[in-house]
Design a protein around this ligand. Sequence first.
Ligand code: HAM
Length: 424
Amino acid sequence: MSRLRAAKGMNDILPEEVGRWHRLEATYRETMRRYGIREIRTPYVEPTSLFVRTIGEATDVVEKEMYSFTHHSEPLTLRPEATAGAARAYVEHQVHAKEPISKWWYLGPMFRAERTQRGRYRQFYQAGVEIYGDPGPGSDAELIDLLVTFFHALGIRDLDVLVNSIGGPETRVAYKAALVAHLEPRKAELSADSQRRLETNPLRILDSKDPRDQEAVASAPALGDFLTDADREHFASLQRYLTALGTPFRIEPRLVRGLDYYTRTLFEIQGAKEKLGAGSTLVGGGRYDGMIAELGGPSVPAVGFAAGVERLLIATEAAEDAPAVDVYVAPLGAAAIEQALVLGRDLRSAGIAVEVDARGGSLKSQLRRADALRCAIALVLGDAEIAAGVVQAKALAEHAQENVQRTDVVAWIRARVPDRSAGR
Ligand code: HAM
């Protein structure tokens, strides 16, 4: 019988990796708390038409990447992203009538049937924020600044913050016409994909990586020239706010992004290029002022982002992860085992991660096991220690040892290993 494997592009997260996820999630939650952003959880499955209407029929996501199925004649799709679902929930629960501004965050799995590579999977996790009710650009600037702060807290530096404005729907219509007029005579020189996009979604040709497309696009009219005065003022204010916040950014006039719902502000943050290569886009986001009305709600502006959690974890990959436990309790002899169980329990209730070797065994074999677990400390308990009310405490890396009073053990450990109770 052939051995079963996980579906392509879908990953197990094993216990030894889960600590890094917990730490990232804890940092994200703490960032959200500081900004007063509240969590929303929406279904993993939504009506297919939700994504077709918001993300757009002619996008890669809707055309090629959705996991769609029909259940009792209801067309359903595993969510490829969470912006559309959150907006549906916003409209469905008439949230606009309860508060003028809503700020929501989420962290969970998304599904896209993409070609897989390092940092690109078919089930992947996004950490995102959506803000409803502020036409901006203060919220836009604050989100970008929040991301830079979050990345610094994770230890990710060397970031490339790219921003652009694509204006409102009128700008898009006018610009699309001009772009098609420019590219139509050069159609034969375009890649096959872009020849097709010329009919379906010409804006996407702008960020094609194909050199043939890039050459044709180089001489195309600039989107920026088509912005209305109001769009221009919005974009100028965003830049002013980012400068005031000290957030470095770069204007990228060809940034268009792959989802149809965006209006005005677009941004991406790239980083860890040496680890992620072409997949170094850590975050995508922007404004989508038309979506709430499009879904049958009132005219409420919105802006948000989503960061790829696996990509952040790759970016923060350190040489070695923290060990699972810091302290190894080694009892010598039958009488010591019960004392070791009590000591282990007491240390754990003080927040320390402990392995008690309840099998007993020789000191040598127990210390070998402590080494294999990369414990910083071993606590040896034999008859003599029990009689004296002490433990023999060994700092393994330093090859140092001393007898420590049972009542002082927690303080002795705390002085030697970091407190990891925020997440392991
Ligand atoms: P997106 O650009 O499609 O935007 O995805 C955002 C981020 O999710 C990407 O920058 C990347 O880090 C991660 N990501 C996307 N696809 C994959 C994949 N196959 N494997 C691993 N990571 C991936 C959105 O999803 C929008 N909903 C963002 C948004 C929120 N805009 C406004 N609000």
